[in-house]
Design a protein around this ligand. Sequence first.
Ligand code: X90
Length: 276
Amino acid sequence: MNYKIVSDSAVDITSLPGVGFALVPLHIIVGETDFADNENVDLQAMQQALTNHKGRSSTACPSPEDWIKAFGDAQAVFCITITSALSGSFASAQAAALLYEEKYPDRKVYLYDSRSTGPEMTLLAEKLRQLIMEGKRPEEIDGEARAYLGRTHLYFALASLENFAKNGRVSPLVAKGIGLLGIRIIGKASEEGELQILDKGRGDSKAIISLLRHMEDCGYNGGKVIIGHNDNPAAAKLLKKAITQKFGAFPGRIQPTRGLCSYYAEPRSLLLAFEV
Ligand code: X90
């Protein structure tokens, strides 16, 4: 049986060695320029364009056709999207899955609304890979993957909410004042997959202390961790060190955000995903 993991580009990885994998780009539109968030996206050029451009910028989710193309000829597709509470990506993948299954009655699409983004999507993609490599059947994989999604969390420390506010995804009132004086907004992806603000702090060190406390409150106990960051490797390393000190180990890695997450989690932001 031919298995494939397909994810939109909020997953923040561009390959998944060992299994069939396809990335479906979201788009970041800055003035006249469309940055497709695929493996070739030039993140520096994108950030430069955003800095230079004084007008509107926005994002767009994949079309059902984009998804279907990525499904290819797989008999079992495990399809991951960014939270449906903030993007049309899931709805688009759902439409694609219907069309695909109608056209090929012997194929099936297992669809996961991550209710999250970035490193929490990476955790799910890597769990699906593990289950496939263990030789499990599609239904088993699906059941375990859904249970797994209930055991992972995403917290963040954002340096700005400007692009969220500009695109109507949080109120301008909430966004105001962040980014000034190094203020970080600490929050999490809620159960419903919305951006939930928990507290504010000044600077990376306070943000890290707060993230550690939330991790502990969730009952973190040595599970896998992925730290995402937009152009803030120093803070990511500090967070890694703090986790190692507090919990005795850091079973995971640091990865930079790609296009979509970089656009919303603006420069200097941290994302933290972990299993409990
Ligand atoms: O369909 C589209 O155009 C994409 C819209 C995506 C909006 C959300 C992006 C979030 C990126 C920001 C920090 C974490 C927030 C977590 C909330 C679930 C990352």
